[in-house]
Design a protein around this ligand. Sequence first.
Ligand code: NDP
Length: 512
Amino acid sequence: MTRTGSTAAGTAAADVRIAVDNPATGAVIGHVEDMTAEAVASSVARARRAQQDWARLGFRKRAALFTSAQRWMLAHRQEITDSVVEENGKAEEDAIVEVVYCVAAFSYWAKHARRLLAQTKVRSLSPFVLGRGMYTRREPLGVVGVIGPWNNPLINSFGDAIPALAAGNAVVLKPSEHTPLTALLMERMARECGWPRDVFQVVTGAGGTGQALADTADFVMFTGSTATGRAVAARAGERLVPCSLELGGKDALVVLADASVERAVNVAIHGALFNGGQTCTSVERVYVEAPVYDAFVARLRERFHEVGVGRSAGLGSTDVGAMTFPPQLDTVEDHVQDAVKRGARVLAGGHRVDGSGRFFEPTLLVDVDHSMKCMRDETFGPTLPVMKVGNAEEAVRLVNDSSYGLQASVIGSDISRARRVAERLEVGCVTINDAQTNYMALGLPMGGWKGSGLGVRHGAEGIRKYTRTQAISVNRFPMRRDPHMLPFDASSYRFILRMVTALYGRRRSRTK
Ligand code: NDP
């Protein structure tokens, strides 16, 4: 069955349609419009009008609408899962994780938005503001443009819309042209759950549609490659609108000598192969302390041969799904061939799978080093290069030898030592004895350092970024003239200086 996406701004769209295929079969499963800049501007304008009533609705009523959406998602979970599996080619289990995330996110942001965005009192000892009442408050920004990638059609697109909406913004979402159908399903959900018209809209199209959204939204929440992220940030800079960038990664896993080999192997396999390795937080390189290297590699090799690759036919039918984005197969193959050419050995996999779908064998590489693409560039596929290191010091140096800084994992039994290693890694998030699980903890900020991004999703900053702060200072008992005001009066300023000396001078002498 093929589907045709109809978007709210569909009538204004250009007469160009994009075919969406199922990467696991190659079959075309739907078409969407390639929306023009004018169509996007019209969506944003309608969202801007709808946003004001949405903001006035308040946290409680928005939370109630979230609850109905949450119930809708649970009631339609199989339909949503099927949509993700079909357009992305992933295993059903990979898709379920996306559904579970969004269901939980509705509750999290409904429950915490009000507290995280609450007014805060501010105090000051400055003699210039004595007696003033001061506080900060937050306003939604208006229309948040969410631009998403193809690897997680639900989490990294609609998932980022939830806190933006909770904060009182309208959202216009631009999914990847390769996986736009699940986003359109979310638009249907909003309609069927009685969300106010135009408060959540989807605009479909290719890169130009994303650019048009970045050119008109009041905030850009971008998830995608570092190269496109830089272009989006440059445009946001020109317009002086804020943006948040969740970009690529080259996440490392460090196996310390005292690690449980079985745990390390399981974390490495799941971290590298979940979602076919097409996750920004995939484990893309492993550094193993020498004493445990042989045992780790031997067990990892056995386990790699147990992993199934192929088309999902329901729960338990496959482990590693298809490569969603056609050129990604070439990138993965190129990284494997480059490594082999430079001296790496392939212990499992190493090739494309023949057939109509786009599959690559789960591939285990050893004898790798940092001259190889597989250790430096984002592979975004089901491969795992493993490198022996003399000690944790060398592992830290190699983890930090990267232009990326998204996430890392440390596996070890001595938690104090693992934490000391973790805190020296130049990445935004570290999991100890785990990989990727932090994404599900919505109270924990998630964001990259260096070439992996700017800003965070989740946690307090994950919703505050969708607002602007207003600072209010109230002089309840104004005098006719304050001592510091013109015309200057020498005795007032001598008094101010005495006050400042009493306040800060004594403190300084106390600390001496
Ligand atoms: P891209 O950067 O190619 O595309 C991301 C989105 O931006 C797509 O919707 C794309 O549209 C759109 N786009 C393309 N050009 C422009 C433009 N000039 N202005 C605005 N939008 C534009 O990334 P991918 O889709 O290939 O996603 C994979 C990347 O995403 C990987 O690097 C991965 O690491 C990263 N990622 C990061 C995450 C994180 O949290 N840090 C999470 C998930 C993925 P279209 O696809 O239609 O061309």
